[in-house]
Design a protein around this ligand. Structure first.
Ligand SMILES: Cc1ncc(COP(=O)(O)O)c(C=O)c1O
Length: 449
């Protein structure tokens, strides 16, 4: 039998030395159960993945049926009924004109697909010099080398720096710690203007696209940009001939109270990346969506998108994606996310406000971040070596609550945050349970420091 410490002596290579993972055995709604019988309230759906909740029979059945009927056919040779049906259903909720979808498996691959699409579209339009993608600091876009080059986390980039393609980065819209020391709304959206400055610095003729998360994910901890940010970014992209890629891997599929995070603002991207909530964790499936006119530039130009993968356009993935999408629609989980999200935000603020280390609580829909500080007035961070956020998350885990810790929000290296992003089926009582456990965990850590 697999017990919680089996892996200490086994052959699996885990990420962290000396960290024993319990074996996850069963999931139901917002709860996970481990092999030792302990129950966890999964208040972050892992890494904000499990939007539909654990243990959804319909999705598991759809996967099983498709795998039994026809698990795999090579994507250069065949399409499949579930793939076509899924694309049609997804098109109905994705607000891009004449949208087309390129499916892969992970969010990182969706980002790789997006940056290759942007590059190839620019080439096919006769702009062969455009090869750079401008991205943002304090961002996360994935672990593969292309996506890592986009990622603005110095700690993750450092070991691989010589292997990363050149990628200019600009500061994020982060009002709690404005990178320019300004205050919204008197700031003139300096952080958006930074894109124009960066394009001019490297030369517009060299830039293919701008890439950013609609709502910042784990690095900043659910930071929502000011209303004028995205419309201004779109204007700048248009002015300088850039494609706009919005990364919805974390914020998509109802997480923010809309199907996609960018729908909170008046902005239409050229390319959108999706993952995580695409199947809520039931199958590895990511999607890169692009406007039809850009797909046609490639198809009517060279005729081939120079990209692919053995497991792209996977029939079982498509069946999982379709069943997940239908489940979200049938249970109106996008509306639930908006409603429960407001409640979660209000209760988080009320329930944690008096704790000395809670610097900021921010979020939208069911995507929330709690920034932890050593001193509230000065916003001083804990020393990174203390791993304060991770230790609070560990204390919560011990108490049967899962939250997702992030580090580097202040400047890429220091700064601790915790993310909450529960399954969209969470109830009012479960929200209360999560906040009570989180409070206990924070109090326990405060006593030690
Ligand atoms: C915004 C964003 N983009 C891309 C990724 C990479 O996705 P994956 O881990 O599935 O490769 C993540 C993962 O956390 C993410 O949050």
């Amino acid at each position: 039998m697999v017990t919680s410490d089996t892996h200490a002596t086994g052959h699996v290579f885990y990420r962290q030395a000396g960290h024993l993972h319990p074996a996850a055995e069963r999931g139901e709604g917002v709860y996970l159960h481990d092999a030792d019988g302990k129950r966890y309230l999964d208040a972050s759906g892992g890494a904000l993945v499990v939007n539909v909740g654990h243990g959804v029979r319909e999705i598991a059945d759809a996967i099983g049926r498709q795998a039994a009927q026809m698990a795999y056919a090579h994507p250069t040779m065949f399409t499949s009924r579930p793939m076509e049906a899924y694309a049609e259903a997804l098109a109905a909720v994705t607000p891009l004109p004449d949208v087309r979808f390129f499916p892969m498996c992970s969010g990182s691959e969706a980002v790789e697909t997006a940056i290759k699409l942007a590059r190839q579209v620019q080439m096919e339009r006769g702009r062969a010099g455009r090869h750079l993608i401008v991205a943002r600091w304090q961002s996360y876009h994935g672990a593969t080398l292309g996506a890592l080059a986009m990622t603005g986390k110095p700690k993750m980039r450092r070991p691989f720096q010589p292997m990363l393609p050149e990628t200019p980065h600009i500061p994020p819209p982060y009002c709690y710690r404005c990178p320019y020391g300004l205050t919204h709304p008197d700031c003139g959206m300096r952080c958006a203007e930074a894109l124009a400055d960066e394009i001019k610095r490297v030369g517009a003729e060299n830039v293919a696209a701008f890439l950013a998360e609609s709502v910042s994910g784990a690095t900043l901890g659910a930071v929502v940009p000011p209303p004028a940010y995205w419309p201004r970014i779109r204007e700048i992209c248009d002015e300088y001939g850039l494609l706009l890629i919005i990364d919805e891997v974390m914020a998509g599929f109802g997480r923010t109270g809309r199907w996609f995070g960018f729908q909170h603002w008046d902005v239409e991207p050229d390319i959108v990346t999706m993952g995580k909530g695409t199947t809520g964790g039931y199958f590895p499936l990511s999607i890169t969506a692009l406007r039809g006119e850009w797909a046609d530039v490639i198809l009517n130009g060279s005729g081939n998108f120079v990209h692919g993968g053995t497991f792209s356009h996977h029939a079982v993935g498509a069946a999982a994606g379709l069943a997940t999408l239908r489940y979200i629609q049938t249970h109106d989980l996008v509306t639930a996310s908006a409603e429960k999200g407001e409640l979660l935000g209000r209760k988080l603020r009320a329930g944690l406000a008096d704790l000395a280390c809670v610097g900021d609580v921010r979020g939208i829909g069911l995507m929330w971040g709690v920034e932890l500080v050593a001193e509230r007035a000065s916003k001083a961070t804990f020393p990174p070596k203390l791993h304060f956020g991770q230790r609070v998350a560990d204390a919560a885990f011990e108490r049967g609550l899962i939250v997702y810790p992030g580090s580097g929000c202040a400047d890429g290296v220091s700064g601790d945050s915790l993310m909450l992003g529960p399954p969209l089926v969470i109830t009012d009582e479960q929200i209360d349970e999560a906040i009570a456990l989180l409070r206990q965990a924070v109090e326990a850590m405060l006593k030690m420091h």
